[in-house]
Ligand binder design. Structure first.
Ligand code: AFP
Length: 314
C-alpha cells in the first residue's frame, strides 16, 4: 500500500487515476470513479452554456425538472451504462432502479445535479454519487465501498473516498483533475452552522440546539445547496449542517440514497459524524428508493450535542 502523505504535505500534479492506482484500488472501481469524473466535464460545460429553463417533465418526487437536471442525468446514465463495470444504477431524476449488466461489479445511486434550482442565480451546485459492490442498492449506507461529489463552483472540484481517507482534486485548464488535498480531516467541534428548513417549524429540541450554537458564537453559513454546504465543512474542517425533522415533516427533506448516505460516508471518513438526531445515518435500512431522513452532519461533538437536545426535547 503506497504511503499516504500526512495532512498538509499533499503531492501535487497527481491525477485522479494515478491516485487510485497508488492506493492499489480495485481496477473496476478505479474505472468507475474515472468514468464519473469524465462525465462531470460534460456537466460543467452544460452548466456554463446550457439551457437554464424547465424541461417540461417532473421527477420521482413530482418536482419540475430543469433542462439541466435532465441533461446531467442523461450524461451520467450514458457513461455508467457503457462503463462495463455497473450492475445496476438509480438516479434521483428517474423513478426506478435500472439493471445494466449481470457482469457488472458495482451499483451506483446518484443525484446528477443537486441544488439545480440555484444555477440560474449562479450559486454553486453539485453531483453526488454513492457506490456499492454487487447489484443491491437498497442496503445500509455503511456497506458503501465508495462515495464522491463534484462541486461546480468558482472552481470545479471532486472529493472522493474508497474507505482510505478523503481526497480532493481540482479540475485544471485541461479539464483534468489533479490532487489538491489528501486525507482531509474534520475537527471535533466547529464554529459555523448551516441550518436547513423553515426555522418556525423547528421542534423544541432543534430550536434549543440552534440557540446553544448561537450563544457559543457559531456563525451562520447556508447556501441552499447541500454539496457546497458540506464541502465548506469538509474543506474548512469545521462546522455542522442540518436539515432536521420539522413539526410538519418528521422525515425532513433530504434523500437517503442520493444525498445522505454518500455525504455521511465521506464525512465519517474525514473524522466527522452524521445522525438523524437519534440514529447514525449509515445504519439506516432503506425501505424504498425515495426514503428521506432528518440529518445533523459535520463535527463529531456538534452532532453529539444535537442528539442530546433532540433526545431530551424532541
Ligand atoms: P433542489 O435540488 O430542489 O434545489 O434542492 C436542493 C436540496 O436538495 C439540497 O441541496 C439543499 O440542502 C436543500 O434541498 C435546500 O432545501 P431548502 O430549499 O428547503 O432550504
Amino acid at each position: 500500500m503506497a504511503a499516504i502523505a500526512k495532512p498538509g504535505s499533499t503531492r501535487l500534479q497527481i491525477d485522479l487515476r494515478r491516485h487510485l492506482r497508488e492506493l492499489e484500488e480495485d481496477r473496476d472501481l478505479t474505472r468507475l470513479i474515472c468514468e464519473i469524473a469524465d462525465a462531470s466535464k460534460y456537466i460543467v460545460n452544460s452548466i456554463r452554456t446550457g439551457d437554464l429553463g424547465l424541461a417540461g417533465t417532473s421527477n420521482l418526487y413530482g418536482e419540475d425538472q430543469l433542462a439541466l437536471d435532465v441533461l446531467s442525468d442523461r450524461i451520467l446514465r450514458k457513461r455508467l451504462s457503457h462503463s462495463g463495470v455497473v450492475a445496476s444504477m438509480l438516479s434521483e431524476e428517474t423513478a426506478e432502479i435500472l439493471q445494466i449488466s449481470p457482469d457488472g461489479k458495482y451499483s451506483v445511486a446518484f443525484d446528477p445535479l443537486d441544488g439545480s434550482s440555484l444555477v440560474d442565480v449562479n450559486l454553486a451546485v453539485g453531483t453526488i454519487v454513492s457506490i456499492y459492490e454487487g447489484s443491491n442498492l437498497l442496503q445500509a449506507g455503511r456497506n458503501q465501498v465508495a462515495a464522491m461529489y463534484i462541486l461546480y463552483g468558482p472552481r470545479t472540484t471532486l472529493v472522493y473516498s474508497t474507505g482510505r481517507g478523503v481526497h480532493e482534486f481540482n479540475m485544471n485548464h485541461l479539464m483534468e483533475y489533479t490532487l489538491t488535498a489528501e486525507n482531509v480531516q474534520i475537527q471535533p467541534s466547529g464554529k459555523i452552522y448551516s441550518p436547513g428548513g423553515q426555522r418556525n417549524l423547528y421542534t423544541e429540541g432543534t430550536e434549543k440546539y440552534v440557540r446553544s450554537l448561537e450563544e457559543n458564537g457559531y456563525k451562520l453559513r447556508y447556501s441552499g445547496g447541500f454539496v457546497p454546504d458540506i464541502n465548506q465543512v469538509m474543506m474548512k474542517g469545521t462546522g455542522i449542517f442540518f436539515y432536521p425533522h420539522l413539526r410538519n415533516n418528521p422525515q425532513g427533506k433530504l434523500r437517503l440514497l442520493f444525498e445522505l448516505n454518500p455525504m455521511a460516508y465521506l464525512i465519517e471518513q474525514a473524522g466527522g459524524a452524521a445522525s438523524t438526531g437519534r440514529k447514525r445515518i449509515l445504519d439506516l435500512n432503506p425501505q424504498s428508493i425515495d426514503d428521506r431522513a432528518p440529518v445533523f452532519i459535520g463535527c463529531k461533538d456538534d452532532v453529539k450535542k444535537a442528539e442530546e437536545f433532540v433526545r431530551q426535547f424532541g
